[in-house]
Design a protein around this ligand. Structure first.
Ligand code: CO
Length: 282
């Protein structure tokens, strides 16, 4: 086959909105489960970025999850994690925690700093019906385990999950076959990323400005572009640098029933999740 597939184009640009969660952590919710049908397999995406300790010190006291996975990427700062299965871990700068809540976990996340910049992202990735009641687990991935590819034209790609070229990220195979890349480009640079056909692809601005393809509209930090379903993702920068997160995954096409920290396939399964949580069966 020599036919070339056109590159992916921008379908929608999401802005996100300021909100708070946990014990009052201020954050920007880029999207939430109400948009999940369109963004399948992704459910929610938050950015927390503040130099004001009062915006984050309270952290996220113990709370449950069932039916999906949470992915926390720390850019700057430190967070400690504990759960009701006796696990504890430290999340440092450049590190990722991939937690599969599956049939149920109760955990807490607490900042390990009382001043300075705290900056990170939390993504919720759905699990298909067949895996929602699997045994929960998590993996604390230190920054040193995440490979960094240096691009020939300048810039870097950190491969958290999935692959960039023949470099694979440390996240074990998941049902959503996720891609999670941190792409940091200097001015006037280009990065082309192969994403499996049919996978939902998002590009979220971290800093600076970028375009999807050479002719796409300019997208700024804190904007998140949902792309078309086929072709490569081409990110270009103009007169200023741009850093983006590239997220992609296989849609499950299953019904989504959501209530707070539970994401199941039906209202009956949600009632069961609430009942199990209230009766200490997590
Ligand atoms: Co949580």
């Amino acid at each position: 086959m020599t036919a070339t597939m056109p590159d992916r184009t921008v379908q929608t640009v999401m802005q996100g909105h300021a909100t708070s969660d946990g014990a009052g952590v201020k954050l920007v919710r880029v999207f939430d489960p109400r948009q999940a049908q369109q963004l399948d397999p992704f459910l929610l995406f938050d950015e927390f970025r503040s130099e004001e300790a009062s915006d984050y010190v309270a952290g996220f006291p113990p709370h449950p999850h069932r039916g999906f996975e949470t992915v926390t990427y720390m850019v700057v700062g430190r967070m400690q994690h504990k759960d009701n299965h006796g696990n504890a871990g430290d999340l440092g700068p450049g590190g990722v925690q991939w937690m599969s809540a599956a049939r149920g976990i109760v955990h807490e996340e607490r900042p390990q700093q009382d001043h300075g910049l705290m900056w990170g992202y939390q993504l919720w990735v759905n699990l298909p019906a067949a895996n929602k009641m699997d045994v929960p687990w998590y993996d604390d991935i230190a920054a040193t385990r995440i490979p960094t590819v240096v691009l020939p034209g300048g810039g870097t790609v950190r491969v958290i999950a999935g692959a960039f070229g023949d470099v694979r990220g440390p996240v074990r195979p998941r049902p959503a076959e996720p891609t999670y890349l941190d792409v940091d480009l200097p001015a006037n640079a280009r990065c082309e990323i192969a994403i499996p056909a049919g996978h939902t692809a998002l590009v979220h601005g971290v800093t600076g400005k970028f375009r999807i393809g050479a002719d796409g509209a300019s997208i700024a930090s804190r904007q998140c572009a949902l792309l078309s379903r086929e072709g490569n993702v081409v990110i270009t920068t103009g007169g200023e640098p741009g850093r983006v997160l590239v997220l992609a995954g296989k849609p499950f096409g299953e019904p989504i029933a959501h209530h707070g920290p539970f994401v199941m396939n039906s209202p009956a399964e949600l009632r069961q999740a609430i009942d199990d949580f209230q009766n200490d069966r997590f």
